[in-house]
Write a protein that binds this ligand. Structure first.
Ligand SMILES: [Fe+2]
Length: 268
């Protein structure tokens, strides 16, 4: 099996100290690949292109809690899903929002609370990890995990991830082999990986989240949204003359202005 540019970059992301990685970017991947496998000289992600979109389905709920472990205390086979968020030049995307939701061990969604729901942000290397359980089956569908992924200041990608070797993969009309995770059994649990490729151009991000605020002019009588400020659920801010209510606590950063992140802010 040929080693691809994305796999090489991923190895570099996992192994290299961050300053070296950021200095190298895709060039590092090309250099590493020169004596390993022939690679396309273009800087595009060449082994999967953009991650395919899928329907949201009927069970999405906004305002999920911020957490990477969404199945604490629930019965089921433990599953750790990890991977990276890339742009189309294979550049890692830091601070991407990943919002996961799935069925429980018996195939049921929690539509009143937030069991098996949670959002997180990719780290400076674009990496994420989700601790969960293998979702159960429910009528009409093969086994899957729902996710929304959003790079700062970019549209939301809604999709679903699938498990290899599932009998129902061949009968579920939504199933897409391009969205198969790599899954292996480790002890009594499973370890899965999947890398998202978003339609985001540009250069690799800096090693720290952007801190330059894009603060609009202050609104008399209101609290103006500001990067670097920590907000709690229920806080109200104004941004470009519009009042927003904070849905969940977070520290604001450039690129996550209220109109850009409906998971965090709702017009009040
Ligand atoms: Fe579903």
């Amino acid at each position: 099996m040929a080693i691809t540019r994305k796999q090489l970059l991923k190895s570099a992301l996992a192994a290299a100290p961050l300053p070296i990685l950021l200095a190298g970017g895709p060039t590092l991947a090309r250099a590493a690949g020169s004596d390993a496998a022939p690679l396309d000289p273009t800087p595009m992600c060449d082994d999967g292109d953009e991650t395919h979109e899928q329907i949201e389905g009927p069970y999405f709920k906004p305002n999920s809690p911020a957490r990477t472990a969404i199945a604490d205390g629930l019965p089921g086979t433990r599953l750790t899903l990890s991977g990276f968020v890339f742009g189309i030049a294979c550049q890692p995307i830091a601070n991407a929002l990943l919002d996961f939701w799935q069925a429980d061990n018996s195939g049921a969604y929690d539509n009143t609370g937030f069991r098996l729901r949670g959002h997180q942000f990719s780290d400076a290397r674009g990496a994420f990890t989700l601790s969960t359980i293998v979702p159960g089956l429910y009528p009409g569908r093969t086994r899957h995990i729902h996710v929304k992924v959003q790079a700062p200041n970019h549209p939301v990608l809604t999709t679903q991830l699938y498990f290899p070797g599932e009998p129902r993969n061949s009968t579920d009309t939504l199933y897409d082999p391009a969205l198969l995770m790599t899954v292996r059994t480790v002890g009594s649990g499973r370890e899965a990986s999947f890398d998202f490729v978003l339609n985001v151009t540009g250069t690799p991000p800096t090693s720290t989240p952007p801190t330059t605020p894009t603060t609009p002019p202050s609104t008399p009588g209101g609290t103006t949204w500001a990067a670097g400020h920590t907000y709690a659920a229920g806080d109200r801010v104004t941004y470009n003359g519009v009042t927003y209510r904070c849905l969940q606590g977070h520290t604001a950063q450039a690129g996550w202005e209220p109109p850009n992140v409906p998971a965090l802010w709702q017009p009040a």
